[in-house]
Design a protein around this ligand. Structure first.
Ligand code: NAP
Length: 278
């Protein structure tokens, strides 16, 4: 029987726990989100983050810049936020416009306030085995979801399709740290179905209709990170859910799987950074 991994239910449980955890402090965390330009998807994500943070009693500030903002203006602002004792978490919403070097911007964030866990210090710590200040939200949410449903990771073959810095690469390392055997696939991978069919845990983070019934092993666990609008404007994931789900032991829906977990982990990271700073 297939179990649907309910990211919304777990998100609500986590947010409730965080709210209670914060009630014991007089001081509150302050999360600053920098948003550049007017990408509609980014705006929705940022509004969602702000609303969720405020519901928990987290101070949430969004700083909006026009898309032609000079890089130096962002660097100066980040430096100011780094040295502001009241600011406990900083997030720069990606993607950034082309004229801005995203690595330079991310590198400028103080690792102690890097709520996404994307700075070189935090990713370096993840890869060397030293504890980062926080773990990247989407991979952390996926591991949390697997743990909630007591899905074993150790010794399993995890195949990740997608090698981005925000999902595929950090997730691979986190699964490796939990003693999975990990394979990372990408757009140049040859014979992709031959590899995905060997997965005990298959994670797809592509952003296109890619995982069909011919690509999975019976009873595997499928985690669908992808989100995109199909030709009819409907939100969907990478996996052909209706045909694939019956063959799996566990599967995440889109929407309602990984997405809600990502925001829950962002809030969890905000609280962790705040507590480390007390
Ligand atoms: P990204 O940076 O665009 O990376 C996409 C990855 O997919 C790349 O590694 C690319 O390979 C690979 N890929 C593309 N076409 C492929 C193909 N035909 N076969 C195999 N691999 C292929 O994406 P991302 O930022 O990681 O996001 C991926 C998806 O997850 C998007 O839909 C995004 O919206 C979604 N997402 C969701 C959440 C959430 O909370 N639910 C969070 C983050 C991202 P190359 O490296 O070779 O180009």
């Amino acid at each position: 029987m297939t179990v649907i991994l309910d990211g919304k239910k777990l998100r609500d449980k986590i947010l409730e726990e965080l709210k209670t955890r914060l009630e014991k402090y007089t001081l509150k965390p302050t999360l600053v989100v920098i948003l550049v330009g007017d990408n509609p998807a980014s705006r929705i994500y940022v509004n969602n983050k702000k609303k969720t943070a405020e519901n928990l009693g987290i101070n949430s500030i969004v700083i909006n810049y026009p898309s032609d903002v000079p890089e130096q203006v962002l660097l100066d602002k980040i430096e100011e936020l780094n040295s502001d004792k009241n600011v406990t978490a900083i997030l720069v919403q990606l993607p950034l416009p082309e004229h801005i070097d995203k690595f330079k911007i991310i590198n400028a964030i103080s690792p102690e306030k890097d709520v996404d866990g994307f700075t070189p210090e935090n990713s370096g710590r993840l890869f060397t085995g030293e504890e980062p200040y926080v773990y990247p939200c989407t991979p952390k949410g996926i591991i949390r979801l697997l743990d909630e449903y007591k899905i074993p990771i150790e010794g399993k073959h995890a195949v990740i399709v997608g090698r981005s810095n925000i999902v595929g690469k950090p997730l691979a390392q986190m699964l490796l740290n939990r003693n999975a055997t990990v394979t990372i696939c990408h757009s140049r991978t040859e014979n992709l179905p031959d590899i995905t069919k060997t997965a005990d845990i298959l994670v797809s983070a592509v952003g296109g209709k890619i995982i069909g019934i011919n690509m999975i092993k019976s009873n595997c666990v499928v985690i669908d990170v992808g989100i995109f609008k199909d030709e009819n404007g409907k939100t969907r994931g990478d996996v052909d859910f209706n045909t694939v789900a019956p063959l799996t032991s566990y599967i995440t829906p889109v929407p309602g799987g990984v997405g809600p977990m990502t925001i829950a982990m962002l809030m969890s990271n905000t609280v962790e950074l705040f507590e480390k700073n007390l």
